[in-house]
Write a protein that binds this ligand. Structure first.
Ligand SMILES: [Zn+2]
Length: 91
């Protein structure tokens, strides 16, 4: 039932343990979202002439101590990532 990232088969990804409480009850691949539909939460990247895109973020959650263990994306990382944060107001 463990999710493996497409194209990758990391053996050590099969054994997941929470580094905080030691639990192995890890729910993987939980989608980030907002209660209000204002768009996807994720990492921004420059699309070139198309504007900006959002790489949807996912997380693994420890079901015992409720820590978020990882935040990751599933798409290609070969993107023009946006680093500036001073334009958060515009949409
Ligand atoms: Zn834990």
């Amino acid at each position: 039932m463990w999710y493996t990232v497409e194209g990758r088969n990391d053996a050590h990804q099969m054994i997941m343990q929470c580094p905080y409480c030691g639990s192995s009850r890890i729910e993987t691949g939980i989608t980030w979202g907002m209660s209000v539909n204002t768009g996807d939460v994720g990492l921004r990247y420059d699309f070139g002439f198309m504007g900006e895109g959002i790489a949807q973020a996912y997380s693994d959650l420890c079901l015992d101590c409720k820590s978020i263990l990882r935040i990751y994306i599933r798409e290609e990382t070969d993107k023009n990532w946006v680093h500036k944060s001073d334009d958060a107001g515009e949409r």
